[in-house]
Design a protein around this ligand. Structure first.
Ligand SMILES: CC(C)(COP(=O)(O)OP(=O)(O)OC[C@H]1O[C@@H](n2cnc3c(N)ncnc32)[C@H](O)[C@@H]1OP(=O)(O)O)[C@@H](O)C(=O)NCCC(=O)NCCS
Length: 134
């Protein structure tokens, strides 16, 4: 599957996972990809994308987690956690995410809330490899 086909599949996944309004998440992701260096990781099941995550490479050692999405049929089965571990295995440093209604998911994988009200939160994680060299 080429990059364009993969992004189309991710866009369909985002539409399933993020009701709109408040905002059009696939369009937002496309805008972000036009503005910053990014990476994309996904998990497939029988050739179909069931989880995806866009990573914004702000700087070496500083990453934004953007629009992680797990197909509704596969939620609460560990795929979200698995993809976040894939991100942390690939990159070392500090990860930042802005969440809406999903803080519990990130708290479960050791992100800390640095700002927010429990519904809209900004959360940060620093992985161990990076802490050693900090
Ligand atoms: C949030 C999301 C990525 C989580 O993925 P997932 O595969 O369902 O999560 P996991 O199965 O790995 O969850 C592990 C644990 O995280 C916590 N958790 C998962 N989803 C949660 C949520 N929506 N709110 C609060 N806590 C959550 C639970 O403690 C869960 O353990 P449990 O199922 O034993 O209770 C997924 O539900 C999703 O795509 N939601 C819609 C899009 C979205 O909100 N993305 C986040 C944008 S910042």
């Amino acid at each position: 599957m080429n990059k364009m086909e993969e992004l189309k599949e991710y866009s369909e996944l985002l539409n399933l996972c993020f009701p709109k309004p408040p905002c059009n998440v696939p369009d937002l992701c496309m805008d972000i990809m036009g503005m910053y260096p990014t990476d994309f990781l996904c998990i497939k099941h029988d050739g179909v994308m069931i989880a995806g995550c866009l990573i914004v490479i702000i700087n070496k050692g500083f990453y934004g987690i953007c629009s992680i999405a797990v197909h509704p049929k596969y939620q609460r089965q560990g795929y979200g956690t698995q993809i976040m571990h894939m991100v942390q295995d690939k990159y070392s440093g500090m990860f930042i995410v802005r969440t809406r209604n999903a803080s519990g998911f990130y708290l479960n994988i050791d992100y800390k809330i640095v700002y927010g009200d429990g519904v809209h939160d900004v959360m940060v994680f620093v992985n161990d490899k990076y802490k050693v060299n900090f």
